[in-house]
Design a protein around this ligand. Structure first.
Ligand code: ZN
Length: 391
């Protein structure tokens, strides 16, 4: 019996390795796959035949050859496979049908969430949003390989449960299995920052050989670290960057400490500072956009709020870079989107001042390219990851 099961496991492991290598290095020939993975050509041929039959990979045309017949290249069948992405946040539910190349096929309007809505109603709203994009997308449901769900919470991915959320407690009672039962698609729950990092890693920087660190600066502040392509042994985790202390005598944070990044750089912290220092606008509450508009119009207080935020961002970037360099640090979230054109240059300059000389050229800081869609797109990567690693 042990002999039989080990013989069955080996090809399954090969399948995961082959799919991962095609994603990271594709389009790629069978011969190059054999070299990259140190697998026998016959194993590659037989697995590739199965994967082609399952519609998970495509033959995408001839490659270059200096001698003899050009090889046929293999790639992930990115346009014939899909995932549903759902993002549950305290202010709304967003859903989209996403191709395996990261393109959004269709999306549902954001469904508002009432404060203290019962979890059972939240489940129903999520099911309706998923069904809506599944119907509107008009694709065969069997080609939709799963539903990735992002929540602003600490999650137990093995149990598909949200364990803790300080801002969205109902999500802890959300039965994610009910979403799977209703739609007939497997559900994969993840932390939102982790999904954003995954979206950038897989669809924007698939061949980058540096660790990718995603810093989410939004209502809260957190992040994720992902290994570079081809180095699965490196860390891959959601990180509480928000509670990194950048000002020991700074304002009190929700965690009880003083001067955490979250207490200084989250959207609510910045708007709190702006409300204390700036006059209330006549046409509604202060927003990130209205503070930026004041700064652009020459208001020195608004400009200094943004400048100070950039300096704290720089301290955080320097701390992150000191741990992870060489690294690509991607900064995303509502604060990064709203103020990024001022924040990032100030942040980079401040990080430069705080970093060791030897690290300065080994870190690149870039804005999120996926912007507000990063988590939805990351859901597709999460589903693909589950399909690829299925044993
Ligand atoms: Zn804190």
């Amino acid at each position: 019996m042990p002999l039989v099961s080990s013989r069955l496991r080996v090809p399954a492991r090969h399948r995961a390795a082959i799919l991962t290598a095609i994603r990271e290095y594709g389009p790629i020939s069978r011969a190059d796959l054999s070299r990259v993975l140190s697998l026998r050509p016959s194993s590659i041929t037989s697995q590739a035949r199965d994967l082609l039959a399952q519609g998970l990979i495509d033959e995408v045309g001839p490659g270059n050859s200096s001698t003899g017949r050009p090889p046929v290249l293999l790639d992930i069948a990115r346009r014939d496979n899909y995932a549903v992405g759902i993002v549950l946040e305290p202010n709304g539910i967003s859903a989209a049908l996403v191709q395996w190349d990261g393109a959004i096929v269709c999306r549902s309007p954001i469904v508002p969430v009432r404060p203290n809505v019962p979890a059972v109603d939240l489940e129903q709203q999520a099911i309706e949003a998923a069904e809506r994009v599944l119907c509107e997308g008009g694709v065969l449901r069997e080609r939709v390989h799963g539903i990735g769900v992002g929540v602003s919470a600490l999650v137990d991915t093995s149990a598909n449960e949200a364990v803790f959320s300080s801002t969205f407690s109902q999500v802890r009672r959300f039965r994610f299995d009910a979403l799977a039962e209703s739609t007939g698609r497997p559900v994969y729950l993840e932390d939102i920052a982790y999904l954003m990092a995954l979206g950038e890693r897989w669809f924007v920087y698939p061949n980058d050989r540096r660790p990718l660190v995603f810093l989410l600066v939004s209502r809260g502040t957190c992040g994720a670290v992902l290994a570079p392509a081809g180095a699965p042994e490196l860390p891959r985790f959601a990180a509480e960057f928000g509670h990194m202390v950048v000002s020991p005598n700074g304002p009190l944070c929700g965690c009880g400490k003083r001067g955490c990044l979250e207490a200084l750089l989250s959207e609510s912290a910045l708007l709190g500072t702006a409300q204390r220092l700036l006059p209330a606008p006549s046409n509604g509450p202060l927003t990130l956009a209205s503070v930026a508009a004041l700064a652009e119009a020459g208001n020195q207080i608004a400009a200094s709020i943004i400048e100070t935020a950039g300096e704290f961002l720089g301290l955080a970037l320097a701390n992150i870079a000191s741990v992870f360099a060489p690294a690509l640090i991607v900064v995303g979230g509502s604060v990064a989107e709203g103020w990024g054109r001022w924040l990032l240059p100030t942040g980079r300059a401040a990080a430069h001042d705080h970093l060791l000389d030897s690290l300065r050229d080994r870190v690149e800081v870039l804005p999120s390219r996926l912007g507000g869609d990063a988590a939805l797109v990351g859901c597709a990567a999460r589903v693909m990851d589950a399909v690829f690693s299925r044993q």
